[in-house]
Write a protein that binds this ligand. Structure first.
Ligand code: PLP
Length: 224
């Protein structure tokens, strides 16, 4: 059932390295986050057996069901939370994740600061920017991003290491990736999580350090 996963991973890794080289970047400078949401534990195990260690899940509850057991068997596994985060899920997210990619509002910043202190665990944080100003999409608006990034770093002293975006589905993603890279650069932030199955090579050209690829590895998901 999961026999395609190893071959797909090999193919995606080769495409990532080719795009990295084409962009004149150092080998390995763009990392693959394998997005395993909606896929069963067996699919994650197939990816682990094929050498993948970095995974992304968009729901805390689903991640809590799948990953603690896997972590026991694969201690070098790393988990990124990549979906919108409710404040009542923050403590679970801090307990589970190595990176939380979706910090996008002051209330969440405060909740994360409290949870980090209470749990004694300090996952790295990325600020999600809604580069397309889409009303239905999570992320801080570009016009508010400067002030919010500064507030997270100084007022809340949060371990923010970079930025994340999901460009509008129907647009050329290039300008969105450019905007995110410029913002990160202005604030001296190193991590850029951008690019998915359909556009990760473009994202690498624009400086992505992490690409989040799901369906190209695990197959098409059932519509949400
Ligand atoms: C599902 C998801 C992805 C992966 O999308 P694919 O198109 O399947 O590669 C990437 N990022 C986020 C935030 C997601 O929710």
């Amino acid at each position: 059932m999961f026999e395609d996963i190893a071959a797909k991973l090999t193919e995606i890794r080769a495409r990532i390295e080719a795009a990295t080289q084409m962009a004149g970047r150092a080998p390995g400078s763009a990392q693959l986050v394998a997005v395993s949401k909606t896929n069963p534990v067996g699919a994650v195990e197939a990816a682990l057996a094929a050498g993948q260690r970095l995974f992304g899940e968009n729901r805390v509850q689903e991640a809590a069901g799948k990953f603690p057991g896997l972590r026991a068997a694969w201690p070098d596994l790393r988990l990124h939370i990549i979906g919108p985060l409710q404040t009542n899920k923050v403590r679970d997210a801090v307990r589970l994740a190595d990176v939380i990619e979706t910090l996008d509002r002051p209330k969440l910043a405060l909740a994360l600061a409290e949870a980090i202190q209470k749990e004694g665990r300090r996952p790295a944080l990325l600020i999600q920017v809604n580069t397309g100003n889409e009303p239905q999409k999570a992320g801080i608006l570009p016009a508010e991003a400067d002030a919010f990034i500064r507030q997270c770093l100084t007022e809340y002293a949060l371990p923010v290491t970079g930025l994340m975006c999901i460009p509008p589905a129907e647009e050329d993603p290039g300008p969105h990736f450019t905007l995110l890279a410029q913002l990160a650069n202005q604030h001296g932030l190193q991590t850029l999580s951008m690019g998915m199955s359909g556009d990760f090579e473009t994202a690498i050209r624009h400086g992505a350090t992490h690409v989040r690829v799901g369906s190209a590895i695990f197959g098409a998901r059932a519509p949400a």
